[in-house]
Write a protein that binds this ligand. Structure first.
Ligand SMILES: N[C@@H](CCC(=O)N[C@@H](CS)C(=O)NCC(=O)O)C(=O)O
Length: 239
């Protein structure tokens, strides 16, 4: 049995997608990020970096329980455990891993900053919004180009690279306006294909259930918001 420490957030959606596609038995433990639970000592013991997702696999590949954090590492672990969604052919394997890394190092952190400055900055910051819009679009351009060469990010088959990227592309129209779909027709069609998979529907239902048990950012206390966003009394200033 796998335990998934979860919140209603894109990096966790990836893991629900993988667990559902792979047919692995799992239970979900909601972590209330906006109530400050990622700072709790018990949680920091399983991820010193204080972020979800984390999994604990009772029957890990070493025989005993295995704890893994960082969504990219979790996806690779689950793919290797099941032999699914990460090709064995060397070329497609590294293509899959390289697009997974683009999501982990580029799309996720950059779009995350865009969302922060668009929705949560205490004062509008045009420089930050422009910078993160430009950098986001640069990655989107690369993804659109890739989907002109292959049906899926890793190549011929749906893989953990697609699972990692889908939760970040799905909300684009809500963030940038519906016209963004016209700029990225292949990505838009790719989102529809993933959205039509039965495992995706099950994964999104599971994420929604977690969302019902955790605090939406708009309802968090000002203290916890400052703590999670690293500002106010929690801001650290350069030396
Ligand atoms: N690179 C990490 C990022 C994880 C991450 O940023 N998780 C957010 C939710 S999407 C979180 O736990 N934030 C709580 C915090 O920073 O205290 C991954 O992909 O797992």
């Amino acid at each position: 049995m796998i335990t998934l420490y979860a919140a209603d957030s894109p990096n966790v959606v990836k893991i629900h997608l993988a667990l559902e596609e792979m047919g692995l038995a799992y239970r979900t433990v909601p972590i209330d990020v906006m109530a400050g639970e990622t700072f709790a000592p018990d949680f920091l013991r399983i991820n010193p970096n204080g972020k979800v997702p984390v999994i604990v696999d009772e029957t890990g590949s070493t025989g005993g329980p295995v704890t893994i954090f960082e969504s990219g590492a979790i996806l690779i672990y689950l793919a290797e455990k099941t032999g699914m969604f990460l090709p064995t052919d060397a070329v497609e394997r590294y293509q899959t891993l390289q697009w997974l890394m683009v999501q982990m190092s580029g799309l996720g952190p950059i779009l995350g900053q865009f969302v922060h400055f668009r929705l949560f900055a205490p004062v509008p910051d045009d420089y930050a919004l422009s910078r993160y819009t430009t950098l986001t679009r640069r990655v989107l351009d690369a993804l659109e180009t890739r989907l002109g060469d292959a049906p899926w990010l890793g190549g011929s088959d749906y893989s953990i690279a697609d699972m990692a990227t889908f939760p970040w592309i799905r909300p684009l129209a809500r963030l940038f306006g519906p016209e963004i779909d016209d700029d990225y027709p292949r990505l838009t069609q790719w989102v529809e294909r993933i959205g039509a998979r039965p495992a995706t529907a099950r994964a999104l239902d599971a994420v929604e259930a977690v969302g019902r048990l955790t605090t939406p950012p708009g309802e968090a206390s000002p203290e916890n918001r400052d703590k999670v966003f690293g500002r106010g009394a929690y801001a650290r200033t350069p030396a």
